[in-house]
Design a protein around this ligand. Structure first.
Ligand SMILES: [Zn+2]
Length: 197
């Protein structure tokens, strides 16, 4: 990565499984802009829970704006000329319209930096991540550590009541329906998806 902190019209992505440090990498990437006079950034996350009342949250130094996951185009209600860089975290949860949104931001000569899970618990492309990874001008694939063996982990293992979730389980969490769900980072060998062809 070059030593330039804002690169207009450039799309940068950080992807990987759970606990691979994607969000930390995004924060580290945006951080220098805080110290450069005249440079401005804005950050977005998808809001997947309709019950959630607050539409802003501050984590570390970014005042995240939570946009309904199925309406990523609402990002444009907030982005203005003053913003040099647009950060998008948890990009995998956004509707596929996020691709158009990011390409439009690129046309507006924003520097876009996104982070997200590249694959779902089945090991398949998560949401629009496949397209976003294609459109990325710079892409960093991160890995975690396998909970079973300590080797590099590239996959996210979903467990329902401690057992590997079957391939046919819904992508969206079923927590709250009496089942306890957990997620672990796993290597290929230990990533188990019963019913996967
Ligand atoms: Zn392993």
């Amino acid at each position: 990565m070059s030593n330039i902190f804002v690169r207009y019209g450039v799309i940068e992505g950080f992807v990987g499984p759970m606990a691979s440090g994607k969000s930390s990498a995004l924060l580290k990437r945006v951080d220098p802009l805080r110290w450069i006079p005249g440079k401005n950034f804005i950050g977005f996350k998808p809001k997947t829970d309709n019950r959630e009342k607050h539409c802003r949250s501050t984590e570390n130094f970014i005042n995240w704006i939570h946009i309904p996951a199925n309406e990523p185009e609402r990002i444009f209600e907030y982005v203005n000329q003053s913003h040099d860089l647009v950060a998008i975290d948890e990009a995998q949860f956004f509707d596929k319209k996020i691709v158009e949104v990011i390409l439009k931001l690129q046309k507006l000569m924003k520097n876009i930096v996104f982070a997200g899970l590249d694959s779902d618990f089945r090991g398949e492309p998560f949401g629009a991540m496949k397209e976003l990874m294609f459109h990325s001008n710079e892409l960093t694939k991160l890995h975690a550590i396998c909970n079973k063996c300590g080797e590099p982990a590239y996959y996210t293992q979903r467990l329902i009541e401690g057992e590997p979730a079957p391939y046919t389980a819904p992508i969206v969490s079923i927590e709250g329906k009496g089942k306890k769900e957990t997620y672990e980072s796993r290597c290929f060998k230990h990533h188990v998806v019963p019913g996967r062809k």
